[in-house]
Design a protein around this ligand. Structure first.
Ligand code: ADP
Ligand code: MG
Length: 632
């Protein structure tokens, strides 16, 4: 079979690949016979990439050459990850610019999070290739229900970089319910409780006539077994400081050793009433501590209690009471903890399903989904899958307000249309700022993308009729289009994540060796920075010819001249960071000029001229966002 599609659970802690054998999904083991591939990537001393179990020893021996929990950084920007930087030993490249894709340092080399995830995916692909004795090129990959657009895009990018065509991204809880074959029940309500290493998800699924519908999702992207590990590490470090007078909290190797020991102790306590935490410290000292399960349960209670709020919220969103839940599915390695099972049972007032291995169930479900996509077997033929979008999507309207177009928990694929107009007379461009989140103000939501609809014929404010259409495809990727209906002008984008990789960046990562891809990337950065410098310098020339220029003080003009000269000097050099710094400085320095130009353009328009006649041009000012339309 050439068109074999595998199902992949790309986990924070562990990853797996599975496929459909007859009518039963099975996990494909690695060469070592183990199903779970730890999501750990390291560079050995010859700069070869090592993945999985073999990479784990590097976390301890050469932590500066290894990385784990990379899923936490997928599709995220530097300002999103301050928490992770405190909790995890991620080493970022030190020349990162704001808005640039993150890069993680392994030894002397740097990689983006999708590249690191791609190493894990390649390992899974190798395992599958070996298993089938033929290359596998197509996959379904699962993501937490809470992943936003940027995180989903980054996951798709990782697949492509690894040489896999990603046919579908599936929410992990949806996959789990498929693995349990709960569709055969025909009707009922299912709660999927997923407590893994790094994320917590709760999903409420409704089954009608054998069809799944996710009616609500909630969760916490910062909750899982890692939190338990970190708590135990903190306690151990305090103990070591208090009892032994030794501060090893800054000793990466010692902390990694402690991490390994506490995870072993935690796992032991899931099946036995007590264990001993044992760590060999630098200088040959030993740290020993007996832990009883009861004591462990008390310690972790506040962590596992944090799953209660999201569960209640999901039930509320679904309009259901706990007693209306018919089935509860446990997912994630941390649900092996007996106390977690007790909590889940109490919350939903019924015994959860535990027949399948909780850390394999998502990959098994991904394999079921893969089978559906490949034409399926009789077992899955008529199964329809519905997912929901976890966060509301909308655009910014006049006054910096969020206008929601698709509400959270809408079933996807989904589409919706809203009408807007201009807020200024003669406005020929409108800015469409795409937002994700529940907050009222645009600044409090996540910015997904910006684009402009240009070339609207000059009309008084309130007359243009701008139709904005949102479409979320089956992968949860958003497509936005805007059309001015009187003139037929159109603009359209597939929403690229704010911190994502461009298509070109992904292509180059696929085609080139990682070394030359880095060079390419740098080269492109230089070209892009130079282009941007050209644009801002041209805009400045225009500004100097505008009446607004005369309103600047001579000190302001002098400062601008200095910044302009600085940019001109670095522009032709190969240092894109220097160019970017100079661009930012000039942007900052010309802020007031831009404001003055905007003011004069607006007042010219008010005096009866249109915006086209006023010298707005492509000055360093942005067009206005759309205004809410009165008409419908
Ligand atoms: P993820 O989906 O985040 O990759 P997994 O579902 O593989 O995570 O779960 C990994 C987490 O489960 C880790 O924090 C691991 O320590 C924890 N875990 C695995 N087995 C056990 C166990 N027997 N008892 C308690 N925790 C466990
Ligand atoms: Mg998981």
């Amino acid at each position: 079979m050439t068109d074999r599609i595998v199902g992949i659970d790309l986990g924070t802690t562990n990853s797996l690949v599975a496929f459909m054998q007859g009518d039963r999904p099975v996990v494909i083991p690695g060469a070592d016979g183990v199903n779970l591939v730890p999501s750990v990537v390291a560079l050995d001393d010859k700069d070869q990439i090592i993945v999985g179990n073999a990479a784990r020893k590097y976390l301890i021996e050469t932590p500066e050459r290894a990385v784990y929990s990379i899923k936490r950084l997928m599709g995220r920007g530097i300002e999103d990850i301050q928490q992770e930087l405190k909790l995890f030993p991620f080493r970022l490249a030190d020349d990162l610019q704001t808005g640039e894709v993150l890069r993680i340092r392994l030894g002397e080399r740097t990689f983006t999070p999708p590249e690191i995830s791609a190493f894990v995916l390649r390992q899974l692909k190798r395992n599958a290739d070996r298993f089938f004795n033929a290359p596998v090129t197509k996959a379904v990959i699962t993501v937490p229900a809470y992943f936003n657009d940027a995180q989903r895009q980054a996951t798709k990018d990782a697949g492509r970089i690894a040489g896999l065509e990603v046919l579908r991204l599936v929410n992990e809880p949806t996959a789990a319910s498929l693995a349990y074959g709960l569709d055969k029940k025909q009707n009922g309500i299912v709660a999927v409780y997923d407590l893994g290493g790094g994320t917590f998800d709760i999903s409420i699924l409704k089954l009608h006539d054998g069809i799944f519908e996710v009616v609500a999702t909630n969760g916490d992207t910062h909750l899982g077994g890692d939190d338990i590990d970190n708590l135990l590490i903190t306690i151990a470090l305090d103990d070591i400081r208090g009892d032994m007078g030794l501060d090893v909290s800054r000793d990466g190797e010692a902390v990694a050793t402690i991490r390994k020991a506490v995870i072993e102790a935690k796992i032991a306590l899931s099946s036995q009433p007590a264990t001993t935490l044992e760590v060999e410290l630098p200088g040959g000292k030993h740290y020993l501590r007996k832990i009883a399960r009861e004591q462990f349960e008390q310690l972790i209670q506040p962590i596992i209690d944090r799953t209660v709020g999201p569960c209640k919220q999901a039930l509320k969103d679904a309009g259901l009471k706990p007693e209306q839940i018919d089935e509860v599915v446990l997912v994630g390695g941390s649900t092996r903890i007996p106390k977690v099972r007790v909590l889940v049972e109490a919350m939903f007032q019924r015994k959860p399903h535990t027949d399948l291995n909780p850390d394999e169930v998502v990959a098994l479900g991904a394999a079921v989904q893969a089978n559906i996509l490949s034409g399926g077997s009789e077992a899955t033929e008529n199964m329809l899958l519905l997912d929901v979008t976890p966060l509301s999507l909308g655009i910014e309207v006049a006054g910096g307000v969020t206008d929601k177009i698709i509400l959270r928990n809408s079933t996807i694929p989904a589409s919706a249309t809203q009408h807007y107009t201009t807020q200024v007379d003669g406005q020929t461009n409108v800015a469409i700022h795409v937002l994700q989140g529940e907050r009222e103000l645009a600044k409090d939501c996540r910015s997904l993308a910006r684009f402009e609809l240009k070339g609207i014929p000059s009309m008084p404010a309130g007359i243009p009729r701008v139709e904005v259409k949102f479409l979320i495809d089956a992968n949860g990727i958003l497509h936005v289009s805007a059309r001015e209906q009187r003139s037929g002008k159109e603009a359209e984008i597939e929403v690229q994540p704010s911190y994502g990789l461009t298509d070109e960046q992904v292509e180059s990562m696929i085609l080139d060796s990682f070394d030359s891809a880095e060079e390419d990337f740098r080269e492109r950065q230089v070209i892009e920075a130079r282009n941007e410098a050209g644009t801002i310098l041209a805009a400045l020339e225009k500004g100097k010819r505008s009446p607004a220029w005369g309103q600047l003080t001579s000190a302001e003009k002098k400062r601008i001249a200095k910044l302009e000269k600085a940019l001109n000097e670095v522009k032709s050099e190969d240092d894109y960071q220097a160019i970017r710094t100079a661009i930012d400085a000039l942007n900052q320095g010309t802020m007031r000029l831009a404001e003055l130009m905007m003011d004069s353009a607006v007042s010219t328009a008010l005096k009866g001229k249109t915006m086209d006649q006023a010298d707005m041009g492509e000055g360093p000012d942005a067009p206005h966002p759309v205004a809410k339309a009165e008409f419908e």
